[in-house]
Design a protein around this ligand. Structure first.
Ligand code: CTP
Length: 398
């Protein structure tokens, strides 16, 4: 595929080098179109060497090839990363003062913007309006990540991880639907840790991969996503607002804070069923005698509570409640019982055990539907399983 990588003048321009490599290494033909200011951060030779293509910034070079029209016309995808407030404004208003903005005007292929700027600029009404305009016209504008910005400040404005931007671009290239646009979803991911003392905990082997795939794919399908992550060591999914938690109690609080008004809530996290009844304030020391027993207390079932809250509130939100079930045996029978017991609309059942589901890139599942036929999801990447879940959710949303 022919990809145009537009790079505008922000400090995150260096991260676009990695995005460029991801495209070229997967066989895409990339033409880099930096703005003049982008070249103050990363020079022309870097883009030329990494892309294997000539690099120009203005419309007055190689004029006989009419680059200001040809590059955009020939592209299968234009991705602008980083996209500054300035380039978003120019694109929204149809200005065409350089090669990148000309390319954006002549491109008839999908366009993805990955903004990066200071929080104040991202939140300014002018930028908000420009982003809304671009989205209305069908461009994909990825919400920036939250975190450390240039200097000491933190907030929304970071360029998402290049691998995450790449995944969004691949989905756009494959023409995946954006059927969750205007929807708000909440996803939990990872595995909770229940403290025994300040240094030890009871935990589980959930990597968070499936939950992160659900958040990533929902954002790519246009949803506003809150991701509640328990102890996950993965890059932040592009476009999701991340809330980090550790214990089941914290996860419960974060889910309750986010679920009101949501169109769908997906509990993909592996929540500890039990916690140590007592949390020792000081580290437990090794003693000569028998080790002390750890007594356990039951954790609340957050998914079941979410079902009860929905019923009690009576406002129909969350619209869909989706649970996960990890089973080692009698997978379907246990799943059906769990679906009924937890009061959810869908239950994604996977078989777990050694090398199954936990920490692996692939997954297979059966989606049980309350009052409907089960949906078999063949073994495949966790993003595909996530898409199958949203395929089941999207048409059932009111
Ligand atoms: N879950 C939850 N709160 C808990 C335990 C589980 O919200 N305290 C949610 C999980 O996020 C998942 C679903 O319930 O969506 C099923 O989790 P699972 O561990 O398979 O079920 P359990 O309720 O623990 O049932 P069992 O121990 O009988 O397998």
């Amino acid at each position: 595929m022919k990809v145009v990588l537009g790079v505008s003048g922000g400090i995150a321009a260096y991260k676009a080098c990695e995005l460029l490599r991801l495209f070229t290494e997967s066989g895409h033909e990339v033409r880099v179109v930096p703005t003049r200011d982008a070249l103050r951060f990363v020079g022309e030779p870097t883009w030329a060497a990494l892309s294997g293509n000539p690099v120009t910034t203005d419309v007055w070079e190689s004029v006989h090839e009419v680059p200001h029209v040809r590059i955009g016309q020939a592209a299968d995808l234009v991705v602008v990363a980083p996209a500054t407030a300035d380039v978003l404004a120019k694109a929204a208003h149809g200005l065409a003062g350089d090669l990148l903005t000309n390319t954006l005007l002549t491109a008839r292929c999908p366009v993805v913007f990955a903004p990066a700027m200071h929080t104040e600029m991202w939140q300014h009404p002018a930028t908000r309006a420009n982003v809304a305009t671009l989205r209305e016209r069908g461009s994909v504008v990825i919400d920036p990540a939250v975190g450390r910005l240039t200097g000491a400040d933190t907030g929304p404005g970071r360029l998402p991880d290049p691998a995450e931007i790449f995944q969004v671009c691949l989905r756009v290239l494959r023409g995946r639907p954006r059927d969750l646009a205007g929807r708000r979803v909440v996803v939990s991911a990872g595995g909770t840790r229940e403290a025994i003392d300040p240094v030890r905990y009871i935990g589980n082997r959930s990597s968070g991969l499936q939950g992160y795939a659900l958040a990533r794919t929902a954002a790519a399908r246009g949803a506003e996503v809150t991701l509640v992550a328990a102890n996950v060591a993965l890059p932040d999914p592009a476009g999701a607002a991340l809330v980090r938690v550790e214990s089941a109690a914290e996860l419960r609080e974060a889910m309750f804070a986010a679920e009101g008004g949501a169109d769908a809530v997906v509990m993909a996290a592996a929540v500890a069923d039990f916690r140590p009844a007592e949390r020792h304030e000081a580290k437990i020391k090794k003693t000569d005698g028998e080790p002390a027993a750890i007594h356990l207390a039951k954790n609340p079932d957050i998914l079941a509570e979410l079902g009860v809250r929905r019923k009690e509130r009576g406002d129909g939100t969350p619209g869909m409640l989706v649970g996960f079930a990890a089973e080692t045996h009698d997978v379907l029978a246990n799943g059906q019982a769990k679906l009924a017991r937890k009061g959810c609309d869908l239950l994604v059942v996977n078989q777990v055990g050694e090398n199954l589901a936990f920490g692996t890139a692939d997954n297979a599942a059966t989606i049980l539907v309350a009052g409907g036929d089960p949906i078999e999801v063949p073994r495949g990447p966790k993003d595909d399983v996530a898409d199958a879940v949203w395929d089941a959710v999207a048409p059932r949303l009111l």
